[in-house]
Design a protein around this ligand. Structure first.
Ligand SMILES: Nc1ncnc2c1ncn2[C@@H]1O[C@H](COP(=O)(O)OP(=O)(O)OP(=O)(O)O)[C@@H](O)[C@H]1O
Length: 287
């Protein structure tokens, strides 16, 4: 597999007046990946995406992408008074790489009426039109800021399915920000966690899942165990604790149990501990 990064940031930072919105951000997104950018409000996600597509210039560091990039901003930016047909025509006139046959086929397959004004479409349909605009530019990298915001679960599923089909057809690389973890699990294969303007995690989701375990056992043994493995997050009572640790399967005492973590647990553990970081790649089986 060729792992040439489509997007690469090195020491990237952005300051708005005196306040840093993003700091010391280094990541590399390999070709053909569908990457989820997650983090709490104000973490710097939009800032990173705007830097990635050149809408902002860095205050420090560098970011570069190879090939053509398309960007879908937050809130599905469509002209509400334009019909679907006019929206596609606008896309064609503005974009030299526009694939008009693809755009019309996609809209027809989705059952979107060409004569409907964008403003009269449902949120899910508007998201599909916006996604069509991005995909029909035939970019190498598609960057989407909160494409699932305000959509119901069915519409979210349909949008993600459309993205996955485009990735399968074209080998497109996708970077999307979202707050909806449940929609990312089945579709994304790369994870970037931003917290307080810093990248905490950036890596292959399967590797990250394989590199973390949830260890549960008596609180009195926890400190000794924490010296053997890197603990990302610790929770529990005075008697029993759960440690979300960066480790592969490890031998444990009889009073301990361990199990794999899911993506949501992993992300939440890092978000709860802004000082924990798994960079640049997770270290597997560090115990
Ligand atoms: N144009 C701006 N001028 C000044 N500060 C800004 C500007 N844009 C963003 N910020 C600040 O930078 C920080 C990061 O904002 P950003 O919008 O990138 O975060 P985000 O992760 O996308 O948040 P959300 O999930 O709420 O969309 C925040 O503290 C925000 O207030």
């Amino acid at each position: 597999m060729t792992d040439l990064p489509v997007l690469e940031a090195t020491g990237l930072g952005k300051r708005y007046r005196r306040k840093w919105a993003l700091r010391d951000c280094s990541l590399a997104l390999p070709k053909g990946r569908v990457a989820a950018l997650v983090g709490p409000n104000g973490a710097g996600k939009t800032t990173l995406l705007h830097l990635a597509v050149g809408l902002l210039s860095p205050s420090e560091g560098t970011v570069r992408s190879t090939g053509a990039t398309a960007f879908l901003a937050q809130d599905k930016p469509l002209y509400r008074g334009f019909t679907v047909a006019e929206t596609l025509k606008f896309g064609r006139l503005l974009n030299p790489t526009w694939d008009d046959a693809y755009a019309h086929d996609r809209v027809a397959a989705l059952g979107l009426p060409l004569d409907a004004k964008a403003g009269t479409l449902s949120g899910g349909q508007q998201a599909q039109v916006a996604l069509t605009l991005g995909l029909a530019k035939r970019p190498d990298l598609l960057v989407l800021d909160e494409p699932l915001a305000n959509l119901d679960p069915l519409a979210r599923h349909e949008v993600m399915r459309g993205l996955m089909e485009a990735v399968a057809e074209t080998g497109l690389t996708v970077l999307l920000s979202s707050h909806v973890m449940s929609d990312l699990r089945d579709t994304c294969d790369w994870l970037v966690v931003l917290n307080g303007g810093r990248v905490q995690v950036s890596g292959d989701i399967d590797e990250l899942i394989a590199g973390h375990r949830l260890l549960t056992g008596p609180a009195e043994d926890a400190d000794a165990l924490a010296r053997r493995v890197e603990v990302v997050d610790r929770s529990g009572s005075r008697r029993q604790v759960s440690l979300l640790a960066r480790t592969g399967p490890i031998p444990l005492g009889p009073q301990w149990t361990e199990r794999p973590v899911d993506l949501e647990e992993l992300v939440l553990a890092y978000l709860r501990r802004p000082d924990a970081a798994s960079l640049p790649r997770p270290t597997l089986a560090t115990a």
